[in-house]
Structures are given as C-alpha cells and as structure tokens.
Design a protein around this ligand. Structure first.
Ligand code: HEM
Length: 465
C-alpha cells in the first residue's frame, strides 16, 4: 500500500490523544488476543487507537498496513527521538516500557547508522550461522548436546515416565546454556543476567531497575572479553567494529540476548505446542520430514514477537481509515496481521504452504531479523524440537490447549508453561558425555555446564526461578 505521504489531514480530524482508547493489556487479551484484534478491527478498521499502560498508541492490525509500516523507513522511523509525546514530556516518568525504549541500540536506529550496525552484527554472527565453519559446527553440536543433557537430567530426576514442564525444565535452560556459550559468558555473569532478563521481560514495577542491572552485566561481559578475547559473539562484535565502547557493545548484546532467550525460546515452545496438538497437517509435515513447515505454521499461529516495537511517523499520513500525525507511535501487530493470512489459507483457492511462508514472524523491511540470526534461530528451534521428537516415545499435554496459560505482554506472547505427561524412548536418558572441545577447553562450554549445575539446583532444589 502506498501511504498518502504528502496529503494534509482534515483540520477537524481526531488526533490520537483526543480519542477514547481501550487498554490493550487486559485479561481478555491474555487469554484470547484474537477476539480483541477482531473487535478493534470491526470498530476502527485496520488501524486502531489503544492504551498501553496508560499511553495511547496506534495498533496496526491489517496485513497490508503492517507491511507498509515495516517496509517504508522514510515514513516510519525507529529513532525514539521522533516520538512527539516523549519530546513534549507527556510520558509518565515511571512508565514501565520506557526503560527498554531508552536503550539506544540497533533496533532504534535509522538509515546509515542502522545499516552500519547491521553490518557489524552480520559479520559477527556469520561464523556461527555457517554449518561448515568451526564455530558453526561447534555451536550446532553444543545445542544438541545441551538438549540431550537436559533430557538426561529429566530422566535422572523424574524417571523415564512422568510429568514435565517443557518450558522450565527444557526450553528455558537450553536457551540460557546456548547464550552462555555463544556470548562467551563466565558462569556468574550468565546467572545474573538471566534472572534480570526474565524480570525485565515480565515487565512490572521493577523493570527499570532490572534493565539497568542487565545492561551493566552485559557491559561487564564486554570488558571481560576485551581483556580475554575468544571464539564468541562478544569478541567477534569487537573485531567487526573496534570503535564500539564496552557500553555500546553491552547494549547490542542485551538486545541479542532478548531475541536469543525469550523470542527463540517462545518459538521452540510454540512449535512444540503445534507438534503436541498434532492436527493432521502437522503430522503429515512431520512424517514428510518437514519440521521447517511446522515451525512456519507455529510462527503464523502464534508469532513470539506478536506486536512489534514502535515506529514513529515522520510526517502526517493516512493509514487505514485514520490519520496518523507526525511523531505518533504505531505498533505493527504481526499477530493481528496473520489473521488476514489465516483467512486466505482457509480459502480453498490458495495452497496453505504459500501463506505459511508469508508470515511476519521474522519481521519485514530494513529491521527484519538479520539473515544470520534467522539461520541461527531456525537451527536452534529445529534442534530443540527435533531432540524432543527423538527422545520422547510419547508426550501429551496435561491441559487442553485452550487452557494453557500465556504471557501476553506489549510485544511478546509466549507460553508460561508447557506441561506434558511423557514417556522417554529407550536409552534416551543416557545423554552422551560431551566431548572436550578443542577450541574452548575450560572455556564457555564448561561455563555452560556450570550453569546447567546451577539450574539443576534451582529447578529441583525447591527454589523458584
Ligand atoms: C526463532 C527465533 C527468532 C524470531 C522469531 C525472531 C524475530 C525477530 C523479529 C520479528 C524482528 C523484527 C522486530 C521489529 O521489526 O520490530 C527481529 C529482529 C532482530 N533479531 Fe530476531 N528473531 C529470532 C532469533 C534471533 C536471534 C537468535 C538473534 C541473535 C542472536 C536475533 C537478533 C535480532 C536482531 C539483532 C534484530 C534487530 C534487527 C534490526 O533492528 O535491524 N534474532 N527478530
């Protein structure tokens, strides 16, 4: 869709601040966001005003309008300095989402500054994406090994038949171990930053303090690796851009850690849920060895980045049926836009695979998930889900799918728990012992193992994480 860039809004047209807005984050949104998107769409069309913890923003619901906002960077800016309400001091000082938006990192940059930051990320991530490079090979092997170790731990603690939460006992610890390995974290730092990322991502009154602590932890990690470089993402970011200060690098690592832990973890859980619900299409894809198709289907049904971070209008513009004024914040909703795709895919005229690939789970346009990160995220999701399929002879949900508890934040939607009754395949509990790594002896792999021991204490020692 071409935005009406240079048109003038009608003088008496309502502005965002003057419209009554309904709060988005309600218990209905938590349990059934689809119903909320439908109602907003019926009332306002493809772009609706909503309140996010007391601050009005435009929620973009239509597929055409969402892709316009994601792709047209001349009109839709990421730099938070374009936000009129912030510039005019109209945001509440303690607004819980402000701390995250104030972290100046690649996601909130525009044009050349943004392109330069993406080149740095791409060059630092590429070795890990390549299956044939030593770093890529080692990371792939490590992800599979960690998954095996977590299943072995489950077998040792709960037996080969029992109950498990595939969130707390498998997916989340797996992603923490991968982060520790990829970033080259000393174990104490890993523990510390993990706790604070979870606190920050869950929002709430201490999100500002948790963000500050996590940023400080990543800045210390940057300083640590500057003194002792290794074969890890932190060190490769420094090589790719030697001018990055420890603070700047700390901010970039912080954002990557959010994607690697929360977003990738939720993609693993959402895909496992698709598998466990096991409708006929999923079973067909899996038996044809098409795990990728099941991942696409999960991204379409439940994209982990449900509502993307704000864009700010550079000029007054008509979008859908409303006029968005220069400096207004808009949140493009992949989850709402996917309802358009799902409607197309249920039409007998269009093949379902065509529409599952058109999902916006990776974003679109200049800020979409970088290709090396997508490869990496895809590899982690397929390995994590694939190991469950290999190790579990049987797994079934212990709750009906519509009663599973979800965490629906302003950006992320993910399962709080994925409870299953399981039976392990014969021999599945006997995890292979990790072979010593040639390039990392005593390094981040053993740190990941230290983290595993710490998690084991937390998970089974009666403490709550
Ligand atoms: C399955 C897992 C993943 C999913 C579903 C995912 C999804 C996304 C989405 C939707 C965006 C765009 C957000 C927006 O436009 O507001 C994004 C951006 C980004 N992702 Fe991913 N991501 C995943 C894994 C990863 C991993 C593993 C990393 C890094 C280790 C990563 C790093 C990034 C970065 C750095 C950006 C910001 C790009 C920019 O602003 O230019 N992602 N991702």
């Amino acid at each position: 869709m071409e935005a009406h860039r240079h048109a003038t809004p009608p003088a008496d047209g309502p502005s965002l601040g003057s419209l009554p807005v309904e709060p988005l984050l309600t218990s209905e949104f938590d349990s059934d966001p689809g119903a909320v998107y439908e109602r907003l769409r019926r009332t306002y069309g493809p772009v609706a005003p909503v309140g996010l913890m007391g601050v009005p923003v435009w929620l973009v619901l239509g597929y055409t309008e969402v892709t316009e906002v994601l792709r047209n960077e001349g009109q839709w800016r990421r730099d938070i300095r374009y936000w009129r309400a912030r510039a005019e001091g109209r945001l509440p000082r303690d607004w819980p989402l402000l701390a995250g938006y104030e972290v100046r990192q690649m996601m909130f940059m525009d044009e050349e500054e943004h392109r330069a930051a993406r080149r740095t990320h791409h060059s630092a991530l590429s070795p890990f994406q390549e299956a044939r490079s030593p770093e890529g090979w080692e990371l792939r092997a490590a992800v599979a090994r960690y998954a095996d170790e977590l299943v072995a731990m489950l077998a040792a603690e709960s037996g080969s038949v029992g109950f498990a939460d595939l969130g707390a006992q498998y997916t989340r610890p797996l992603l923490l171990m991968v982060t520790t390995k990829l970033f080259g974290c000393p174990v104490e730092l890993g523990d510390e930053l993990v706790m604070d990322l979870w606190r920050m991502l869950d929002g709430g009154p201490d999100s500002g303090a948790a963000t500050g602590r996590a940023l400080a932890a990543f800045t210390r990690l940057a300083a640590h690796r500057r003194a002792r470089p290794g074969d890890d993402l932190t060190s490769y970011m420094m090589l790719a851009d030697p001018d990055l200060t420890d603070e700047q690098l700390g901010r970039e690592l912080f954002m990557n850690a959010v994607y690697l832990n929360d977003i990738t973890g939720n993609m693993v859980l959402n895909t496992l849920l698709e598998v466990l619900r096991g409708n006929a299409t999923v079973r067909r894809s899996l038996s044809a060895g098409q795990l990728g198709e099941t991942v696409n289907r999960a991204a379409l049904a439940n994209p982990p980045v449900a509502n993307m971070c704000f864009r700010f209008a550079a000029r007054d513009v008509q979008l859908g049926k409303v006029w968005v004024r220069a400096g207004d914040a808009v949140s493009p909703s992949a989850a709402a836009a996917h309802r358009d795709l799902l409607a197309i895919s249920s039409s007998h005229l269009v093949g379902s695979t065509v529409s599952t690939r058109a999902h916006l789970g990776w974003g679109a346009g200049p800020h979409q998930c970088p290709s090396a990160a997508r490869e990496l995220g895809g590899m982690i999701v397929s390995t994590a889900v694939g190991r469950v399929l290999d190790h579990f002879a049987r797994a079934e949900l212990t709750l009906p799918p519509d009663q599973l508890p979800w965490r629906s934040g302003p950006v992320v939607r993910g399962l709080r728990v994925l409870p299953v009754r399981y039976e392990l395949a014969r021999g599945a509990g006997a995890a292979r012992r990790a072979e010593p790594s040639t390039s990392d002896a005593g390094g981040s792999d053993s740190q990941a193992r230290g983290l595993l021991a710490a998690l084991r204490k937390l998970m089974f020692g009666g403490k709550k994480v």
